[in-house]
Design a protein. Structure first.
Length: 184
């Protein structure tokens, strides 16, 4: 199985990281593309370094390399997930504004009628129109509304991302949200 994993700059980068961790554990080939904002968000919100995130993926593609293999319809894969998906990425996808590899590969995924999952954090009513526009093909939108945040654990990321062999909630590793106010 081959999956493309995109991480945009929206809050909730831990969702994309957890997906990469689980896919690595089960031996799925992953192709990772992160936006520049995603890299800043990962450092800001988690204890991960960018190099540690890259090691979770089988292949890593540069956001500006629109000629990478994942930008072509001839690249066969089983689907793509963008977690989290920022409203900027969603808007660009809804309007086929292919300015970078993340958006281009998602657009090609839709064009080739492959599965595309967009994990949107707390979409507002204003953004539902863009969201509806992008879902006219085979994309699946998922709103993320969990207890992720201050001192919550990765086990709160949802049942689909839980590892059956993971430690119980009380002993699970904690991912603290780094915050400039010092509340982390």
């Amino acid at each position: 199985m081959k999956l493309v994993v995109g991480i945009s700059g929206a809050s909730g980068a831990i969702y994309g990281l957890r997906i990469l961790e689980v896919l690595q554990q089960v031996g799925v080939e992953t192709h990772l593309v992160m936006s520049d904002s995603a890299k800043r968000t990962i450092v800001y919100e988690t204890d991960y370094t960018i190099d540690a995130v890259k090691k979770l993926a089988t292949y890593v593609h540069d956001i500006n390399d629109v000629g990478a293999c994942i930008s072509s319809g001839s690249f066969r894969h089983d689907g793509m997930v963008i977690a989290p998906c920022s409203i900027k990425t969603l808007s660009a996808l809804a309007n086929s504004f292919n300015t970078n590899l993340l958006i281009r590969s998602a657009d090609v995924t839709l064009k080739e009628r492959r599965r595309l999952v967009l994990m949107i954090r707390r979409p507002s009513i204003i953004n539902r129109r863009r969201s509806t526009t992008s879902s006219t093909s085979r994309s699946t939108r998922r709103s993320i509304s969990s207890t992720w945040g201050w001192n919550s654990t990765c086990s709160n990321a949802g049942p689909a991302m839980k590892n059956a062999n993971a430690p119980s909630h009380s002993s699970a590793p904690r991912y603290r949200l780094k915050h400039r106010t010092g509340l982390a």
